[in-house]
Ligand binder design. Structure first.
Ligand SMILES: *[C@@H]1O[C@H](CO)[C@@H](O)[C@H](O)[C@H]1NC(C)=O
Ligand SMILES: *[C@@H]1O[C@H](CO)[C@@H](O)[C@H](O)[C@H]1NC(C)=O
Ligand SMILES: *[C@@H]1O[C@H](CO)[C@@H](O)[C@H](O)[C@H]1NC(C)=O
Length: 415
């Protein structure tokens, strides 16, 4: 074909050269991540690279999901110097199993020349953030879990003393149910109840970074099922899902007993989340031990009733949506078996235009533009404290409530 415009050929050549320069596809650098599909028992992802000429101390591997993300929209990153052999241009890094983000992960290796280390683009700890230029290698995709299968299962008390609510997340909004009963091994006799499903969209986020491609990811669909007619103080077994999408494990809980003469409550706030890589915000490695000690104590309680009260500042995701996925995966061993109650904190809610503005607070941007929406959709506490969010997004919920469980009465209010 004859191009009508004689300038077009040099222009196309220029584009080809520019594309090469942007990718800097250094001929032989390779990057791989395995396994390509984690089985339920695979606890690690191994990232290996080789053939990197003249490695530099700031070179890094960035983590992406979905694989279509732009280079600058990474979830986080690891410096190559985490591997002893990095100076020789090859090495291996490992990550613990990551949560299912309803899309595969991908890893990309970048150069970061020291003269481009800049304090203009910094993380929450004031360390420079990588700029995502100078990509040299890309791994294959890594799939963790099946998005159709329920993830992030968590319980809470509901308004009726003979009820227990269970919520969970799937990658699609198709029909899911809850099955529950007293006999562990006889699920034929179990009752079945349906679920409601909710989600939220990028346009519902109120501010940066939550409303921007840097922090927004598909949040999946939140299912909400109510188990009813429970006998007080009994051990119930349950699972959630569907025959087509797959089922969760079988979990158990002790039903609420308002006549009980004893209540075991775990009360804490500000727990946060741990993510096993560097990211835009500081995450809380201490939260791993909080979860470990609570689990140990719950096990020691055996079949005595207990509940959790996590009062304000829940995940510290501050707009970075996948941090919520880490949070719910981290608490699932507790929350799938013990009712887990929360109260809103400034790090979920704070934004200048929030409709619920008790006079005792300042209204800044601690919530990273989430304006309480992920918190309000992902949890449903007893009571019905609801306010319109005011931007067409889902209502703000779980602002305040109370419930009885054994002797003390619990009122949740937080600043
Ligand atoms: C790797 O490099 C980063 C960035 O310079 C530095 O902060 C970190 O301490 C280094 N880690 C090791 C193990 O050398
Ligand atoms: C995010 O929200 C802020 C504040 O409302 C707005 O100025 C900005 O344009 C929004 N960004 C996107 C990508 O929508
Ligand atoms: C509490 O209830 C249990 C079981 O009903 C009973 O064995 C125990 O004695 C009671 N304890 C108190 C302090 O009343």
């Amino acid at each position: 074909m004859h191009p009508e415009n004689p300038h077009l050929i040099p222009f196309l050549l220029f584009l080809a050269v520019a594309a090469l320069a942007a990718g800097e596809a250094a001929a032989d650098t390779t990057l791989s991540a395995s396994p390509a599909k984690l089985s339920p028992s695979d606890g690690q992802i191994k990232i290996r690279w080789a053939g990197l000429p003249a490695p530099d101390g700031l070179d890094y591997v960035a983590i992406y999901s979905p694989p279509s993300s732009r280079d600058k929209d990474f979830l986080g990153y690891l410096f190559l110097n985490g591997s002893a052999s990095w100076r020789d241009g090859h090495g291996e890094l490992s990550l613990p199993r990551l949560p299912t983000l309803r899309a595969p992960y991908q890893f990309r290796l970048f150069r970061w020349p020291a003269n481009e280390y800049s304090y203009h683009h910094i993380d929450h700890d004031r360390n420079p953030l990588p700029h995502g230029k100078h990509r040299v290698a890309v791994s294959g995709d890594v799939t963790v879990g099946d998005p159709a299968r329920p993830q992030q299962v968590h319980l809470s008390f509901a308004d009726g003393v003979d009820e227990m609510r269970v919520m969970f997340l799937c990658g699609d909004g198709g029909k899911r149910v809850v099955r529950y009963g007293l006999e562990k091994d006889d699920d034929k006799g179990w009752k079945e109840v349906g679920t409601e499903v909710r989600t939220y969209e990028q346009k519902h986020m109120c501010d940066w970074p939550a409303n921007h491609s840097i922090a927004w990811r598909d949040p999946g669909f939140v299912f909400d099922g109510l188990m009813t007619g429970l006998e007080p103080g009994r051990k119930y077994f349950y699972k959630v899902g569907s025959d087509t999408g797959g089922w969760s494990k079988t979990y158990s809980f002790i039903s609420r007993d308002s006549e009980a003469n004893e209540t075991n409550a775990f009360l804490f706030g500000d727990m946060g989340t741990y993510v096993p890589y560097n990211t835009y915000i500081r995450t809380q490695a201490e939260s791993l031990s909080t979860v470990k000690w609570i689990l140990r104590d719950i096990e020691a309680l055996g079949d005595k009733p207990a509940f959790i009260s996590h009062i304000g500042d829940i995940s510290y995701a501050r707009g970075y949506s996948w941090v919520w996925d880490h949070f719910f995966s981290q608490i699932e061993p507790i929350a799938a078996n013990t009712p887990y109650h929360v109260c809103i904190g400034n790090h979920e809610y704070d934004w200048p235009l929030q409709p619920w503005k008790p006079s005792w607070a300042t209204y800044g941007k601690d919530g990273g533009g989430e304006c309480g929406i992920p918190y309000s959709v992902k949890f449903r506490m007893p009571g019905n404290s609801v306010l319109p969010t005011g931007n067409g997004g889902p209502d703000t919920r779980n602002l305040y409530y109370s419930f009885d469980s054994g002797p003390p009465s619990h009122v949740h209010l937080k600043r």
